[in-house]
Write a protein that binds this ligand. Structure first.
Ligand SMILES: NC(=O)c1ccc[n+]([C@@H]2O[C@H](COP(=O)([O-])OP(=O)(O)OC[C@H]3O[C@@H](n4cnc5c(N)ncnc54)[C@H](OP(=O)(O)O)[C@@H]3O)[C@@H](O)[C@H]2O)c1
Length: 253
């Protein structure tokens, strides 16, 4: 349960080794979050994150295996987490894979890996998560989307379309959960300097994981349903979204 000041006390992170998730957890610990469950594919890396979080003041940090692409395991995973840990105030759906557009578009299997993880896998785990939060009567789901969800571009349409899928699913899920005590907040950052993008040059309006984390925590405090990072990128994307196709194509984005 959130405490009497409305602060999140317990968090489940899917994609527990994410740089953005880690920066967000640091902010949340400052705001009195104490119980954390890190779920991801690499137990060793999660254990290292867990040790850092305990040092920062979290009193209970557990690590558990979770693969977003392994949809067959998701219902049992959610059952196990909620039966073992009790109430969860916040579920942070942070996992995502960028892939490599130029290589992936030449390889059907590689394309499907991105779609399976970012879209199918995220939908698959969100369904039992939403049911579990609805059953407990409260909770917030934060879903990491991206500005690419607004209008997929030539240079990253595989990733962009997978994120557009989960973004729009999460919007509908938020509408369906209205009145249940469960809220959905979608986060749309532009380029973030995390390990996902460490091989790339910074794009305009690049943000740090810490800036994304601060925007997420501010969005949670204000009960926002959509958070853009940085805020002004919303207006850039609004212009791009409304450009006629022929002009958009010539921009070669
Ligand atoms: N960085 C950006 O520019 C940017 C911009 C907009 C949105 N986002 C989104 O923000 C989220 C967090 O990204 P980040 O920047 O923090 O990058 P990150 O540090 O690379 O974190 C991404 C995490 O997703 C995990 N992951 C990928 N596929 C998975 C799967 N099938 N099952 C479980 N975990 C999986 C990775 O785990 P492994 O270590 O096991 O691979 C990694 O821990 C992602 O959803 C990303 O799409 C990022």
């Amino acid at each position: 349960m959130k405490n009497s000041l409305g602060a999140v006390q317990s968090v489940l992170v899917l994609g527990g080794d994410s740089d953005i998730a880690f920066a967000t957890l640091r902010e949340l610990i400052c705001a009195r979050t104490r119980t954390i469950i890190l779920a991801g594919r690499s137990p060793e890396r999660l254990e290292a994150r867990a040790a850092d979080l305990r040092e920062l003041g979290a009193t209970s940090v557990e690590v558990t295996h979770f693969d977003g692409a392994d949809t067959g395991s998701h219902e049992a995973f959610v059952d196990q987490v909620f039966s073992h840990n009790g109430d969860v105030d916040l579920v942070f759906v942070a996992f995502g894979t960028l892939g490599s557009q130029m290589e992936d578009e030449l390889d059907r299997e590689r394309t499907l890996t991105v779609i399976q993880s970012n879209y199918v896998g995220a939908v698959s785990v969100l369904i039992p998560i939403a049911a579990a939060l609805k059953h407990q009567g409260h909770g917030t789901i934060v879903v990491m989307s991206t500005v690419a969800a607004e209008r997929p571009r030539r240079s990253n349409y595989i990733y962009g379309s997978s994120k557009a899928g989960i973004d729009w699913f999460a919007q509908g899920l938020g509408d369906a959960l209205k009145g249940s005590g469960v809220n959905v907040m979608i986060v749309r950052p532009g380029f973030v300097k995390s390990k996902m993008t460490s091989h790339m040059e910074d794009a305009p309006l690049a943000a740090t994981p810490e800036e994304v984390a601060q925007a997420i925590v501010a969005g949670l405090r204000r009960n926002h349903e959509m958070v853009w990072v940085p805020g002004k990128i919303r207006w850039v994307m609004s212009v791009l979204r409304h450009l006629p196709r022929a002009i958009f194509r010539r921009l070669n984005l």
